[in-house]
Design a protein around this ligand. Sequence first.
Ligand code: C5P
Length: 236
Amino acid sequence: MNTSALAHFWALIPAAGVGSRMRADRPKQYLELAGETIVEHSLACFLDHPQLQGVVVSLAFDDPYWPTLACAQDPRIARAEGGRERADSVLNGLQRLAELGAQESDWVLVHDAARPNLARSDLDLLLAELADDPVGGLLAVPVRDTLKRAGSDGRVQQTVDRSLIWQAYTPQMFRLGLLRRALAQALAAEVAITDEASAVEWLGQAPRLIEGRADNLKVTRPEDLDWLRQHWAGRR
Ligand code: C5P
């Protein structure tokens, strides 16, 4: 692929979550994978990219782990303060990007700190597909399994039609101005938003789904990390 045809972009990594479902002694983005922390792998794909303009990482204010990493000294990476919810952390990060010189019309790619297996081919696909898009969009994967709606008694109430259901992954790619407006308004209205796209949808816009690799998984449970460790050991 000719990378000069890809959009220039900023990266924003919300990394202020605790990740309690991992039941680990530290936030999941600081667990080890193949000799580095998960967040270092999540950053690597962006730092290697020639179209990158800069990176902001949103961190908990008392985070003792980040300063110990080599990437904390990387001049391309700036810090922002994390917030109560993911959306607050992203909004703070967007503000920091604007202070660094990012323009309203610049593309921002928001990527989970705990999603370390992003393939360069997926990143380039997203940048190429959305370069001229009026709204933006996200990497996503059509669901594979049959879906059940459960009742509070743990029994199946209904089998859900899965043909139009996708799982939302990251990166999610939006213009800084649109995303900032969407998040600020959705937070003010106390709407439940679990990703950037849902804030943009709430504004009445329709982000595009770009089919990516299913192995760009977010580390959520201990078995996700076990799988990644085995997968990466097999790749070497
Ligand atoms: O908890 P979950 O896996 O959904 O978090 C997704 C991403 O959002 C993680 O990278 C996490 O560190 C980040 N996050 C954040 N600020 C919060 C909550 C989550 O930056 N308050």
